[in-house]
Ligand binder design. Structure first.
Ligand SMILES: [Zn+2]
Length: 252
């Protein structure tokens, strides 16, 4: 059975959507991930997790949306960033197009933390319109599922955890000879409780927010399997859920 929507014919898509109301949409970014990782890291990982979940659940997966909210990485070459508003509108319109074919449950596999705010705002708006959007972020799941696999300084942007995922999925795109360990620097005006409008370049020289040299394909494979199992669980729960239980509640 085909699981990628763009590989189906319209008659195959009709057959699926007449019987099912759920789909998977991966989104990511195209941004610097240190000297060792490809710019596509976030969307490539999201795509791989989404496609594997689609295969295991029979729920169709859309093509990945590769560009996201990454202007804070722009000083590092090749980062292609779009505004939060453009990203949100684009993803929303894809969801609304799915809804035209009666899809009311959409699982977004988000590969880039910077997209989360725009996605959450959109998900709340769509829930009011009768579309239930859930957002899955693999690193949040991995943190809970495999707490001891990486140290905190290995879990941040372009660090060992993310690099390990790349080594597991597409090792030919990773150059470990260029991997660095960096300690993000603290801005002179930073105190507890303050959020500053800084860019990655304010904290790092190479774009790595911690330790990346300890990455391995074995660790990446462990993360990949654990997060796919978790996402499959969610997709199956959502598949079975009654739409009225997912919609917003009336005033008390
Ligand atoms: Zn990333």
């Amino acid at each position: 059975m085909k699981v990628m929507l763009h590989e189906m014919s319209w008659t195959e898509a009709k057959e699926y959507f007449m019987k099912n109301d759920i789909a998977i949409l991966p989104v990511g970014s195209n941004e610097q991930h240190g000297p060792q990782n490809p710019l596509g890291t976030d969307h490539l990982i999201a795509k791989a997790i989404a496609e594997e979940t689609a295969k295991r659940t029979g729920v169709p997966c859309l093509q990945v949306i590769p560009f996201g909210v990454s202007s804070h990485h722009r000083q590092f070459w090749g980062t292609i960033y779009i505004s939060s508003k453009t990203f949100q509108d684009y993803v929303k319109e894809v969801c609304v197009a799915l809804n035209y074919y009666y899809v009311r449950k959409i699982v977004i596999v988000n590969g880039h933390g910077g997209n989360l705010h725009a996605l959450m705002e959109m998900a709340r708006e769509l829930r009011e319109k009768g579309i239930f959007v859930s957002i899955f972020q693999w690193w949040s799941a991995a943190n809970k599922l495999l707490p001891d696999l990486f140290k905190p300084e290995e879990r941040s942007h372009a660090c060992s955890e993310e690099t390990s995922m790349n080594l597991a999925l597409h090792p030919h795109l990773v150059d470990m000879s260029k991997a660095v360990d960096e300690e993000p620097c603290k801005h002179t005006v930073q105190t507890e409780g303050v959020t500053l409008p800084l860019d990655t370049v304010d904290y790092t020289s190479f774009g790595v927010f911690g330790k990346s040299t300890t990455a391995s394909a074995e660790k990446g494979k462990k993360v990949l399997e654990a997060v796919v199992i978790e996402l499959v669980k969610h997709v199956n729960l959502l598949k079975e859920a009654k739409i009225e239980d997912l919609m917003q509640k009336p005033k008390v």
